[in-house]
Design a protein around this ligand. Structure first.
Ligand SMILES: [Mg+2]
Length: 293
């Protein structure tokens, strides 16, 4: 794989407003009901296999799902999720009792701490400089995940009302995908389900963090109250808060209701400057209340 991450960044910097509003929309778990499925069937089996967790597979699965689906780290970049899950697993009483050694992945953590664009392209660049076994392991795992995703995720359709909502949004707003999934996976899924025409570009993990996507593509180009991030994870909220822009949550477990409400009420509020304040605060509060710490 040879992804030149600077090309993706240039695309964001050169993004020009065509409309008065801007919308960044996350993909996994937000537009597609793929979050649980991908984690259970793609990320987790590769995690157990590549990290050698066969003897503690049940606990590994529980930890992986907790970190990625049911806590405040839901939707975090895959490499951050990997190190976090390994750390949680290492401290798990049943794992300690069994005497299973869980790799520290220190070199991956060091790479994460200095690299803002956590994707296959930058990991490959890092590997050419530093072919450390930790980094090779992370790459091997990430590639196994991508293969699994490409092989089995085609049948998952967008949530109800995504088409209608995206169609209305894109009528009055410049809309892009803001995601931590590799660009190619997103393009494949959005094209397959006929929703690619609603967005002007895809910002995936190769283009940096979600906050970077919003900052480079939108900040200073539109008024802050005309910029909306739609997402299903605390990281999406955090990116919006970091940039001082609006956030609409697609609440885990209530995704279809969330899209319906966005279509029926949220969009009109956004386009008529009535989103900020009590409405936005209530949405964020309900969202955070559904996820454990
Ligand atoms: Mg998501």
């Amino acid at each position: 794989m040879n992804i030149r991450s600077e090309d993706f960044e240039t695309q964001l910097v050169e993004f020009k407003p065509l409309k008065d509003f801007f919308v960044g929309v996350d993909s996994d778990g937000c537009v597609f009901d793929t979050m649980g499925f991908k984690h259970r069937e793609c990320f987790c089996p590769a995690f157990i296999n590549v990290m050698g967790l066969q003897s503690v597979s049940l606990i590994a699965r529980e930890v992986w799902e907790k970190v990625n689906l049911y806590s405040r780290t839901r939707g975090v970049n895959r490499f951050i999720a990997l190190t976090k899950a390994m750390d949680v697993l290492r401290e798990h009483p049943a794992v300690i009792k069994k005497g299973v050694a869980i790799p520290e992945l220190d070199e991956v953590k060091k790479w994460i701490s200095r690299e803002p664009k956590l994707g296959a392209g930058t990991l490959q660049e890092e590997l050419t400089r530093n072919p450390h076994p930790d980094l090779l392991l992370a790459m091997k795992w990430s590639e196994a995940v991508n293969v699994a995703v490409q092989n089995i995720s085609r049948t998952v359709a967008p949530f109800n009302n995504v088409h209608k909502t995206m169609s209305r949004l894109s009528g009055a707003a410049d809309t892009i995908v803001v995601s931590q999934t590799p660009y190619r996976n997103i393009e494949l899924e959005w094209r397959e389900h006929g929703i690619l025409p609603y967005v002007r570009m895809i910002a995936g993990q190769e283009s940096g963090t979600k906050a970077m996507h919003l900052r480079l593509a939108a900040l200073g180009k539109y008024p802050a109250e005309h910029i909306l991030m739609i997402g299903d994870a605390p990281g999406d909220l955090q990116a919006a808060e970091e940039c001082g822009v609006l956030f609409y949550p697609i609440i885990p477990g209530k995704e279809e209701d969330s899209w319906k409400e966005l279509l029926d009420e949220g969009i009109d509020r956004f386009f008529s400057d009535r989103f900020l304040g009590e409405y936005a605060e209530n949405k964020t509060r309900d969202f955070l209340a559904t996820l454990s710490q």
